[in-house]
Design a binder for this molecule. Sequence first.
Ligand code: HT7
Ligand code: ZN
Length: 855
Amino acid sequence: PPVIHREDYRPPDWLVPDVALDFALDPAATRVTARLSVTRSGAHNRPLRLDGDGLTPLAVRIDGEPQADAWRMDGAALMIDLPGDAHVIETEVEIAPEKNSQLMGLYASGGMLCTQCEPEGFRRITFFPDRPDVLSRYVVRMEADKARFPVLLSNGDRTDGGDLDDGRHWAEWRDPFFKPTYLFALVAADLVANRDSFATRSGKEVELAIWVKPEDLAKTEHAMAALKASMAWDEKAYGREYDLGEFNIVAVADFNFGAMENKSLNIFNSRYILADPDTATDVDYDNVAGVVAHEYFHNWSGNRVTCRDWFQLSLKEGFTVFRDQSFSADQGSAAVKRIEDVRALRASQFPEDAGPLAHPIRPESYMEISNFYTATVYNKGAEVIRMLHTILGADAFRKGSDLYFDRHDGQAATCEDFVTAMEDASGVDLARFRLWYSQAGTPRVTARLEHEPAGGQARLTLEQGVPPTPGQPSKQPMPIPLRVALYGEVTGQTFGGERLVMLEDAHQEILFEGIGERPVLSINRGFSAPVTVVADRSAADLAFLSAQDDDPFARYEAMQQLMVDTLVRAVALGEGDHRPVIEAVQETLRNAALDPAFIAEAVLLPSESFIGDQMPVVDPVAIHLAREALRRDLGQELEDEWRASYAKTHANRYEYTPPAKGLRRLKTVSLGYMAASGAPDASVIAFRQFRDADNMTDRQGALGTLVNSQWAERDEALKLFYDRYRGNDLVIDKWFTTQALSTRDDSVAAVEALAGHGDFTLANPNRVRALVGAFAVNQKGFNDLSGRGYRFLADMVLAVDKLNPQTAAKLIPPLGRWRRFDEARATLMRAELARVLATPGLSKDVFEQASKSLG
Ligand code: HT7
Ligand code: ZN
């Protein structure tokens, strides 16, 4: 497949200021008539190129005249030579939504018809210049069978509609805002709405509606509350008001991603809309609010100001993730939210940055853009925006975002435009900061602190290096903002509080004066930069920080580092000294001043995959054994504390509030340690929590512990869970995932068997991710030396690719980690990648990921 390069960008030859679309909707055969007003842009005589994908033109008219030979096909695109500078082009095509298993373009899901156009799905609906820098005003007319599809929605406001003969009806929608194709949406369905309204700060009333199946209506309250909170937050935090009279959200069961920010008609994967206490965990509730906020915030960061080309994806995604993270931090514990976000970054983005698929947040090339909706573009992109916020300060950052929105409203902009606006508004030179957009790889910062007691000085020596990544063998030093504090080891006080150190060079020294006692280094507080810090601090210093640091993230980080150091040593030597970790965890558990939600995060051991990331060669079995041994010792040595903590958190009636969530989290974490201790009554306690739970957080928490065990109650719990929720797809997804993540020795066999279960289907991306995606992060099961895990994944990639290439391609990265493993596993993984690549008829999505992964 051809490779597209960022440097080859050329502005469009033809613009399409206005478009009228007419849909005669039918799942088997939908007729699409498109009327495009096109205008030549610049002085050239190049033809009009209308992208298409799988379309055959049934009619082409130019200025009302049918044309037989004034056009030609160039591959899948329709090319028309036009004499004048402005014309009206009409095309007609027929598409079959019910045969669309890729879920891109117009497709059928659960009896409804809906669209997904980002990034290049619009060309599967009609011929059009399908690129984000062609902005148009849309008028959409659609007609459909009224009984099957009583609800007809599109972007903007509904302007007209009525009944037709033969039981059909029609509706017309107009969107006054110029938008690119990827923000177009249409829904025809039999749904009901949770309706509400929101008064903007300038007094405009916005009608809100969340459309779902009738049986799901009661599960939309949380999403509606989140939507209204997001609308208010964007006004307050960024001065951004909503701009239309309607805002619709539709929940869909089959969806390739989390949700889509189509102008005023957001379409959501139903897992990010539906929530009630019986079926959704606290994490699900948080995700619903976060994704609702994310899509709503795109109305400004993405829609009003969009992207010039897909290389600029992080312009809207990185910024919008930063905005949704800030929103969520404001809704509950900011400290816990930061810990969760950093954990997610380390779980998905750091490995990406260290592997064969590494790319800068603004990539330089791609074969298939869908492969670049990555943790790097989204999450590292958000960290880059966060660093700007840290470097400029909140006020200058806000001036910069105001300038960016004002300057580029209605335009398709670039990452460069964003940085320039920040620079212009703040007066801060960001020339070198731009390296964060062009260089891939996670910078590694080493820090050494030396104390000269006689002179009362401390010297902090910092060095940075960015590892080589594909296509970038050597890198320049980047500006890295590090929030730093020095603590007196005896007094427990900081010397002068926190300071922001800008590490600009490869090597830098910072002198601290007035340091009268041995200082302990607290660095990268709040995770101020997305880097790996190697600070060579003793176990005693880390324990001290885990108990004393006044920055909650730094406190958490110190505990994690202590645990990682202990585990890495244990893997290398076969045994380790668990005492320092046990004492530090005990101190945290006993600290009544701490938020239970924070305690629950702080006492959790790092994941097996994160431990592996710290080692030259990953040994999944040794890591699992070392981690389990530490879990067991923590469980046994602190048994009284876990029991006390469980008892304290147990007797709680369900409510969805930050304190109640924290107690639930600590309860299940305590249960896990009680089980790890081998306490004979742990199975009874776990089963009781499972059986008596009045909410899904407690039920699933207990099920996770049961599923990892050899207890007799395990199978009974799985059966009870399945029987209770049979038919509820989102909960049955949890049933699959919990088993896919099991740490038992039989997990590969269990997952293979589950792929043959009657409820497993390759057609639904949520189900594929729930079983196959989850299993691929199960370090022990997936990396089974038999190679069965790798074979299973490759088989699934090939099977899913026939239906849905985007979903198939997303399953590949775990196989690309072969360089990190021993020779035997690496050989097995490479063989599976080679087998995938040798398969005829591969999609370009899978080809790109598999070929890059094989290297
Ligand atoms: N901007 C949206 C991206 C998206 C997407 C990308 C590829 C394939 C399907 C997709 N559905 C939605 C989601 C977001 O970031 O808000
Ligand atoms: Zn987004």
